[in-house]
Design a protein around this ligand. Structure first.
Ligand SMILES: [Zn+2]
Length: 417
């Protein structure tokens, strides 16, 4: 068994169809992706084995085991969507599309959003007087949304909650979610809730990191504790079919390094666009429904790791300074799977105050304020926030002008300036 094979027999049941599944690889012992910590917390740092599986019966890509939610979303967890300007613009466009195209002509429509966070999306519905309800399990984050006038309930979305919502507000014309569905282990529970909540001609529309991009680009850093699933059109169509919800449209998005927006409706209520059949055919051609594809992905991950470590070790021997750029959740998978140490990457620059002064999960690379990066530019910056490469390279022209170079690892390990 190679180093990337599961350390022990990692098998279980598919969360969607209950078929027997087994991990096709392991990324090894992994901490909580967002578990930035202090020196004195190292002794009690929590680890689990990060191992993905592909269900041959329903094509769902999923983690074989996931840490308990309280390990992932502890007191300090506070990710406010609105802190990213780029994401603000993206959600404004998403909201406007829903408002103009879908709600046009409807009388007194009602919109429900799952994982509505601090209201980054619903704040565009609120000023137009559109009836809305955000469902946000995180109490602190929901409070921020409510303080902005956005109707929000702190709860988990499931069949029982939807009965309460229907009783109080009636059925929903639109159910929205963004980067939320892939976090919810009980996907069948969400589907059952959506089936109950949706008006007869309503739509369920959500966007999530896309499996086809991840496999195509070997962007294995999409795989971490919070992402219990990585979806494809194939797996989404199959997961919702038992609840009489049909995939009627798909639209690729560039967010998060490649996402897909899925639109579902009650069976027979809407005509599916030609894009759906095209996407399903493309996924068959890419082999997303074939177990062999995932063995190829595993090999690509191992190759990517070997090339990145070769490069970092070479630079270290040459006495070059390498600094990480962006202490992202995704970077935790990369640093721990590859074995990147503070000897190889001096620190990780990040603009998020709560992470500064802490150590990265597992690898224990110091996280320092952005000012440290510009104060004395390193020779190389390892771009952990690769999904924002265009925005970042635009911003950091002075780094390159000073002779700095970027190391990227998606889709290939290479140096760019
Ligand atoms: Zn399955």
């Amino acid at each position: 068994m190679t180093k990337s094979g599961p350390q022990h027999d990692l098998s279980g049941r598919c969360r969607v169809c209950n078929a027997q599944i087994s991990a096709f690889m392991s990324f090894g012992r992994m901490p909580i992706a967002n578990g930035f910590l202090n020196e004195e917390e190292i002794a009690n740092e929590y680890f689990f084995e990060l191992a993905p599986a592909f269900c041959e019966q329903c094509s769902m890509f999923q983690l074989i085991t996931q840490p308990q939610p309280e390990k992932m979303f502890h007191g300090q967890y506070a990710f406010y969507s609105s802190s990213s300007r780029y994401m603000q613009m993206h959600f404004e466009a998403f909201a406007n599309k829903v408002i103009t195209e879908i709600l046009a002509g409807g009388s007194d429509p009602f919109v429900v959003e799952l994982g509505s966070n601090d209201g980054i999306m619903l704040r565009h519905f609120h000023p137009r007087g559109i009836r809305h309800l955000g469902v946000e399990p995180s109490v602190n984050v929901a409070e921020v949304a409510r303080s902005r006038g956005i109707q929000t309930t702190s709860a988990f979305f499931n069949r029982k909650l939807t009965e309460e919502i229907v009783g109080e507000y009636g059925r929903a014309d639109v159910i929205l979610a963004a980067n939320v569905m892939c976090h919810i282990p009980d996907l069948p529970g969400v589907a059952a809730g959506a089936q109950h909540l949706l008006a007869s001609n309503g739509i369920l529309i959500f966007e999530e990191p896309y499996l086809g991009d991840m496999i195509g680009k070997t962007s294995y850093d999409q795989i971490y504790d919070e992402h219990v699933f990585i979806f494809s059109a194939t797996s989404i169509a199959r997961a919702f079919a038992p609840y009489d919800l049909e995939l009627v449209d798909v639209a690729p998005q560039i967010t998060h390094g490649g996402s897909m927006r899925y639109t579902l409706a009650r069976k027979g209520s809407r005509q599916a666009t030609a894009r759906v059949a095209k996407q399903l055919a493309q996924e068959r051609a890419q082999g997303l429904d074939d177990a062999k594809t995932y063995l190829g992905f595993r090999q690509n991950c191992e190759n990517s790791r070997a090339r990145l470590m070769q490069m970092l070790n070479d630079l270290n021997e040459q006495g070059k300074r390498v600094v990480g750029y962006g202490a992202t959740s995704k970077s935790t998978t990369v640093t721990n799977y590859c074995g990147i140490t503070p000897q190889l990457v001096e620190f990780i620059s990040d603009t998020t105050p709560i992470k500064q002064g802490k150590l990265s999960p597992g690898a224990h690379i110091p996280v320092r304020p952005y000012g440290e990066f510009i104060r004395a530019y390193p020779d190389y910056a390892l771009l952990f926030a690769w999904n924002h490469a265009a925005e970042i390279r635009e911003k950091e022209q002075a780094f390159v002008a000073a002779g700095g170079q970027w190391i990227v690892y998606v889709p290939d390990v290479r140096v760019i300036s």
